[in-house]
Design a protein around this ligand. Sequence first.
Ligand code: HGY
Ligand code: MN
Ligand code: MN
Length: 410
Amino acid sequence: MRIDIKRIENRINEIGNIGKVSSGGITRFPYTDEEKKTKELIINWGNKIGLNVFEDSIGNVIFHKDGLKNNGEVILMGSHIDSVPNGGKYDGVAGIVSYLEIMEIFYENKIKTKYPLEFIIFVNEEGCRFPIGLMGSSALAGRLSKEDLYQNKDKEGLILAKEMEKHGYDPDKIMEVKYPLEKVKAYFELHIEQGGVLDTRDIPIGIVDGITGLSVLTVKIEGISGHAGAFPMEGRRDPLISATKIIQFVQKTALEYGNTARGTVGDVRVLPGGSNVIPSTVEFTIDYRDLNFGNMKNAIRKITRYSKEISSESGVQCTIDVNQLIKPVLSNDELIEEISNSAEKLEIPYMNLPSGAGHDAMIIGQFCPMAMIFIRSVGGVSHCPEEHSTSKDIGLGTKVLMDTLLKVAK
Ligand code: HGY
Ligand code: MN
Ligand code: MN
């Protein structure tokens, strides 16, 4: 059974046309018209190949293909279609298009596996518009509350729950979206690597050993605003000075822990934002990750302690919220074995590697056996317009996943 690489390429390009921004990338945030259009396109493709499609009350879309035995375990796949601002067209989408391709081949060849096959478009995986990433998968795992949805705002101050309602979803039904993860025999996620490990070794696909621990902190520092010229340097309570010291400390801490530690400040807001105004408030995010969970927690403690100390020395107020703290999740050994055997049988070069990026698989993988297939990221870049993976490589990863499914789901 042949993977149609052209169809993969056309679908990725068609989805990639939705949410294009002038800076060359894609901005496709949850609960927007762009997301709605993308879902409609994919649902239409799914309906044409006989999949049952169901969208839950917060926007996860579940595609279902009956098996021969439909009242027990299922084989699940998943990923996302939301993007970071000015992102690339493969992050998340490569997986969804890969699952569609497999389902289309099974449809064309009238293949029915023993277990039903499902794949899910998880809503708000990135957490860029509303800082609550891995939202759809966390909700399916029963990890989110109504309060999470009503307390979360985007940069314009729009409340997540209200935006959901505006787009026809029902935040009050968040507890009903729970998915029976105990019935998942295996969860697979195909995703671009987003780093350069495969590309520098000229290997098309990777098999993920485990996904790094991930935490997102939001820091708010409040000082005293004033006139940039009339207010002397002595006695200033400029929150930006403390913020810059803390940001340096984040980098220093991650470098100290080294190896799989990552510390990034990617979103900084200085208020009121006038060139001749001493800032009153600075808000920024800290994205801290490590495969070593103990080190990650120690690093967060160190950064928090330092932030409080440096702020009180400068007479500014510092509040730190931990928005997300997810422990590292290991892939399932048997599934890794199955995928490796398929790659070897198909003579497709691969290597094992950890994932420095977070994925819905790190939520789902806490409840059932999980494995991930990575696709080479050309140039090792992602979360930017230059993000690129070849349809050939996506085709190879799809071929390995399809072969694995035929064994695991039979
Ligand atoms: O941030 C991540 O690792 C993922 O791209 N959401
Ligand atoms: Mn991403
Ligand atoms: Mn992703």
